[in-house]
Design a protein around this ligand. Sequence first.
Ligand code: NAD
Length: 472
Amino acid sequence: MSIKNVSFFKSVERNFDKAAHFTGLPKGLLEQIKACNAVYQMHFPVRINGEYQVIEAYRVQHSHHRMPTKGGIRYSMSVDQDEVMALAALMTYKCALVDVPFGGAKGGVKIDPKRYTDYQLERITRRYTTELVHRNFIGPGIDVPAPDYGTSSREMAWIYDTYQTLKNGELDAAACVTGKPITLNGIRGRTEATGRGVFYGIREMLSIEEDMQKIGIAKGIAGKRIVIQGLGNVGSYTGLICQNEGDARIIAVAEYEGAIYNEHGLDMAALIQHRKDTGTIMTFSGGKPLENRQVALELDCDILIPAALENQITSENAPRIKAKIIVEAANGPVTADANDYLVKKGVIIVPDMYINAGGVTVSYFEWLKNLSHVRFGRMEKRFEHNAFEKLVNAVEKYTGKTIDAREKLILTKGADEIDLVNSGLEETMITAYHTIRDTWKANPKIEDMRTAGFVSAIGKVGSDYMNLGIFP
Ligand code: NAD
């Protein structure tokens, strides 16, 4: 079968099949892991400007091998059953890969959020949530949504409020959705988690000299020339953190309205603020406009980070891609045929199922926080501070030297919620990177990092089914 123009879901299935035979799992079990367990397509009416509009929406639960299922909700005109199924399947493999104990799910509402007022979006979100509650497709132990393309903590707050209203008195109601505002049982670090996770993943990968030598680039993220597509949640935090904490150079950014370039590096904080203020990146004085948004993807650079939507690098533009590494911050940005072409050319493609797993990892922390009804760090922060202070005092006493007051403050700080979240995220991204790398190295027939990721993820889901005794 030609792999050109296959659907997004077929493309995920194809990646699965490429990896499946390396796992040694029985055929029937592989078929079960691959299948979407539950697909709920809905249509509901919402009154907009005095007229009724029928809204098409979905929630797909790909795998129930672990409960609850988990995955974002997308608001976009590209939403259809195939897309939501593909994204739900990716969530299963993503969660398995980073040891987040959920099955995969995804939701989608086929609307262009830019065409609605805040009030109208709230009505759509609340109506969608009501549908999910009525069909038992949402709940702390059932299915837990999160933000995705076109949604943010605001929509999650509406979902939480609607759920809580309909399920009055449910003690764990806050755990029905993640990515909520901090003041509404959210967690510090969730908004930037996906971008931060992308940074940790890139940094880890670039720290291994042996691997970087193979593609002819120097070790380390500092100074690397990066191009980013999409300055939404994922793209903006990826750029900001790679620049501020990794000392990388973001030489170009592409957005809906066009693309801009600066060889010395764009000031990401200023650029993000500029787009917030003016609605465009094109008038930003710190960069030069490019011909169109597509050419940014084809610039000479070390790392290309598509962080907008799927199907951005295709068989059409792949021959013009010059990046040595493509980091799939978005879900499915490289089509199956483009992937094969680029891998053969020696480009390393860091797969979505690994690199954008930071969001679901911190969502997992938020869910745990909601179930335990206590902020991370609340019990131990002061205890740690006191213990460190005793230690520092003892060092001063026995050495006869005084430690500088500022340094003392740093040394004796107990961990806050944000410290624990970021450290848990960093640990997760580093461990998962080495899981993929070890799988890849252990089997020289595996062609690319994506296949290695799938092998590892399928193995973990498969072992769950085996342990459940469903496939003895
Ligand atoms: P977002 O809506 O916050 O941002 C997406 C941005 O991409 C928008 O600013 C949009 O204008 C821009 N864009 C759209 N089409 C474009 C194009 N052709 N060229 C350039 N820019 C374009 O969405 P997000 O939450 O940042 O999600 C982006 C991707 O990351 C999606 O694929 C999503 O599934 C994936 N993802 C998101 C999260 C998360 O936590 N938000 C987690 C994992 C994966």
